[in-house]
Ligand binder design. Sequence first.
Ligand SMILES: [Fe+2]
Ligand SMILES: [Fe+2]
Length: 298
Amino acid sequence: MSTEPAIDVLGDIEPQGRDDQYEPTSPWWLSGTPLESEHHRLMRRRTVHIPWTETTAEKLTDAERARLAATWMRRSEAEYLAVSTFSVLAIDLVAARAPADVLSLCLRAGIDEIRHAEMCIRMAQIYSGKQNLPPPGMSSLPDDPTRPKLHQALANTMLVSCVSETYATTVLSATRDLTTDPTAQAVLTSIYSDEVMHARLGWSYMRHAIEIGGQGVIDAAAAMLPRALRGVANVVEAERPVGEVTTAVRTHGLMTPAEERVIFSTCVREVLVPGFEALGIPVGSALDDYGDTWAHAA
Ligand SMILES: [Fe+2]
Ligand SMILES: [Fe+2]
């Protein structure tokens, strides 16, 4: 058993990268070369201790385990793609000569996403018994070489960080609240603590970009907003793995699609729209598009 207190898990974050309890998360996804030790050093940074052996997966039925394995595998695929998302965003930010702190945090976000992918892969293994990896691939971001680099960087920051990562924090927080399995709870806590910073990166850069770019930046942001919201809504609306979301499954970090719709709608209304309006960015029909009708359509 861990001697860690059950509450205040975020207090376990060690900013200097010391973590005596660290162990490779998904060793079957490593190169088998001397790079591994440096990788572990990177992965330990800001880590939340994950009590891998305290999983309560053995109490679940086969169907429940299959449902959770499929969901955590799908999450690993999304986290894996997010590595490339931040890599591409970093290129856009470099092209726009973004401030050094924005660049370093963007590149670090990519490293965080590798850690998230590793954790989700291991969670899938806990439920399936199989050491699977996400398929190869990368995400693509909108690219318009004819427009100013600042507008390109700003628009993709809005998509990736302000909208996607802000939604991620709200859905992770809600999911974590109903998760009682200690391993799933710690994994969600760890991911959540990083996603908060990934969202903050975007809102901060947005403010900076408006300060230096004025109305052109506001127009570029307003033009991207519907596309960014639709992108996340597509994920929320997507088909889920087969299998019932039982009461027990919910305690391992899973909500129903209907619940996620309500969370996205609430996030648009209470977080995203007020945030963009505070920056002077017109939000168009966002409140109507993702209001009660959309939230309860499933
Ligand atoms: Fe992530
Ligand atoms: Fe993220």
